[in-house]
Structure formats: structure tokens, C-alpha cells
Design a binder for this molecule. Structure first.
Ligand code: Q9C
Ligand code: ZN
Length: 342
């Protein structure tokens, strides 16, 4: 299986995040991608290729023009205003407040286009997020050209990013951009299976009213875990998308034994839907030693996860999402890919 990766994705290098009432060291850091790349090479998964350029259009097929413009121009405004460090939002247009017209002030803009204070923007965030999206697109294109599978080593991740907001360490929704690109290049149905520990709120919301993209997610119960405000079992799609979203929230402490029963259920939905392509939002944060997560996968369990995904029998694009136990991240990720390849 080919891996797609670009060094540009390393240039987003957040120093801190706001969590637990503190300014803590960031966990979504460049070494995550470096160790996965190193393990892909050491274990001989296959060639590593650079992303192709796709221009600006595929990202703008998913994201609002004003949001993309905001991300592209933000650092100039921020540094121009004399701000020194990385940018954190701290005020949001919830409920009675108006998102539109968008504010002109940088602090207002940050809140208008974000969902949390854990996801700082730095000087190179836009170019890294763009490269990450192009990595996803290139992996999708490889599978579209006939490969059985491909691995987009995406970083920053994507599944929390919505049409016009960043959050959860995500800026552009790589899986959504890849799914839409496949639809725009002949696919009739695309399925996204999100196995990140956190609910993929951005991906779900983007496709919530559509039947041509099936969204399935297995994740920690949002009553107990980030993103807290989406991912309940009763969210199943709306309008034309009714029945084309499915969520399996699971309790903190879930092991592979329990998870795999639910994965069987999700696999049955895939078999019934018969997608042309499967995109796996591949979070590796279900690992027992993940520093911010509460499931109990062992490293070997990721191999079984990959094996089960191969049984779906559909051309598959793996796109990396979360996973923060850096030392084990390469092993866990490559276990999925090897489990898939059999
Ligand atoms: N005290 C992804 O896995 N909040 N994003 C963590 C920890 C944010 C995770 C707070 C978690 C976002 C792609
Ligand atoms: Zn996650």
C-alpha cells in the first residue's frame, strides 16, 4: 500500500493548548507524523509518495469561501496587529449571538471560525492544513486509479473541522474533501467510517443531509468526552440524508472485545450500502495508553481492526486522524495497514 505524505505538513507546530484549566504542551505535534512515516518505511508498507497539487477547488468544494480566506490571511492580520504567540480564540457566537456579519477584529474572527480553545493557529497552519488535504486527495486518487487501498498520512487531522470552523486540532476536513472529490470523479456512493476515539462532528455535519455519502462513527460517548455536543445514537441524518448517518457512542473504558462487536454492526451497514469507495478516518487514539483518551485497545488490536476493514471488500482510503501516544503511534498505525493487507 502506498503512503502519501509531504514535509509541509510538519510546519504546523503548535506549542500549547488550553485544556484542564491550563496552558499545556500541545499533543497534536509534528513528531506524530514523523514516527508514522518512519515505521511505514521500516516495516516496508510500500512506497511513500508526495501529494499532487489539486489547486484550490477541492478544498472549496467542502469549506466556505470566507472560512478558507480567513485561514489563508489570518496570520498576516495576527502578526500585523503585533501579536507574538500562537492564536487562541476565546469568545464564540453561540445562541443569541450573531455569527454574521463576521467581525473585522482578529479576536472576533477567531471565535467566528472555531469551536474550541484547544486548537491554536500558527504561522504555517494554513499551508500545513492545505498540504494535509492534498495528501488525502492524492490517496483518494490512487484508489480511484485502481489501487486496492492507499494511506494518506494526514496531519493536521480533519474530522472535527466543519464547513466554516476549525477545532479539535483540525482545520480542513480531509475525509470530507476526499469523499467529495471521489463523488466529483465518478463515484456514486462513498462511505466514511470514522474510528477515531472522538466523534467526527465536522464530517457528520457536512454530509448530514446527503444520501450519497454514508457516515458511520464509533467513538467515546459525547456525554463524557469531546466534542460533547454531537455524536449521540439518535443522530441518523436529516432530509435526503435520513438514515445515512449512524453513531455508536461507547463508554469510557471500552476494550477491543466490545468495540469489535459494534464494528461488526457498522460493517453490516457498509455491506448493505455497497459504496464504491470506503474512506476510513483512522484515529489511533483508542489505544490504552493514549494520553487524552479513555479506551483500552492494545497495539495488537489495531491489526485486527485492519483485518476486519479488509473484509468489507471495498477499495479503501485510510486517512490519519488523531492518536497521541507518540511512541506507539507508528506501530499502531502500521498494524492497521498490515492487518488490512493480510
Ligand atoms: N484534556 C482528534 O483526535 N480536547 N482531536 C482534548 C484534553 C480536544 C482530538 C482535551 C481533543 C481533540 C483529531
Ligand atoms: Zn481523536
Amino acid at each position: 500500500m502506498k503512503t502519501v505524505f509531504s514535509d509541509l505538513q510538519l510546519s504546523h507546530s503548535p506549542k500549547h493548548e488550553i485544556s484542564d484549566g491550563e496552558l499545556k504542551p500541545a499533543v497534536e505535534i509534528p513528531s506524530r507524523a514523523e514516527i508514522v512515516l518512519k515505521t511505514v518505511q521500516e516495516r516496508g508498507v510500500g512506497d511513500v509518495v508526495s501529494p499532487e497539487t489539486f489547486g484550490a477547488r477541492p478544498v472549496r468544494r467542502i469549506h466556505a469561501p470566507d472560512y478558507v480566506d480567513f485561514l489563508e490571511s489570518f496570520w498576516g492580520h495576527w502578526s500585523g496587529a503585533g501579536r507574538k504567540g500562537e492564536a487562541f480564540p476565546f469568545v464564540w457566537p453561540i445562541r443569541s449571538l450573531r455569527p454574521d456579519p463576521a467581525p473585522a477584529h482578529i479576536d472576533g474572527l477567531l471565535g467566528r471560525y472555531s469551536m474550541d480553545a484547544g486548537t491554536p493557529i500558527g504561522e504555517h497552519t494554513y499551508s500545513a492544513a492545505t498540504a494535509s488535504a492534498h495528501t488525502a486527495l492524492t490517496a483518494a486518487k490512487l484508489v480511484h486509479e485502481g489501487e486496492r487501498s492507499a494511506f494518506g498520512l494526514c496531519r493536521p487531522p480533519g474530522h472535527h473541522a466543519g464547513i466554516d470552523f476549525f477545532g479539535g486540532y483540525c482545520f480542513f476536513n480531509n475525509a470530507a474533501i476526499a469523499a467529495q472529490w471521489l463523488r466529483d470523479h465518478g463515484a456514486t456512493r462513498v462511505a466514511i467510517l470514522d474510528v477515531d476515539y472522538h466523534h467526527g462532528n465536522g464530517t457528520q455535519a457536512i454530509f448530514y443531509e446527503r444520501s450519497d455519502i454514508l457516515f458511520l462513527s464509533i467513538h467515546a460517548d459525547p456525554t463524557q468526552e469531546y466534542p460533547y455536543f454531537l455524536g449521540h445514537a439518535d443522530e441518523t441524518g436529516e432530509h435526503a440524508g435520513t438514515g445515512f448517518t449512524r453513531n455508536w457512542p461507547l463508554p469510557i473504558g471500552t476494550t477491543w472485545e466490545k468495540y469489535s462487536e459494534v464494528l461488526d454492526d457498522a460493517s453490516r451497514w457498509l455491506l448493505v450500502y455497497r459504496p464504491d469507495y470506503l474512506i476510513v478516518s483512522l484515529g489511533l487514539d483508542c489505544f490504552e495508553h493514549d494520553p487524552i483518551s479513555g479506551f483500552r485497545f492494545k497495539s495488537d488490536d489495531f491489526f485486527w481492526l485492519g483485518q476486519r476493514l479488509s473484509y468489507v471488500g471495498v477499495p479503501t482510503v485510510f486517512l490519519m486522524e488523531g492518536g497521541y501516544a507518540v511512541d506507539a503511534l507508528g506501530t499502531n498505525c502500521v498494524n492497521v495497514l498490515e492487518g488490512f493487507e493480510g
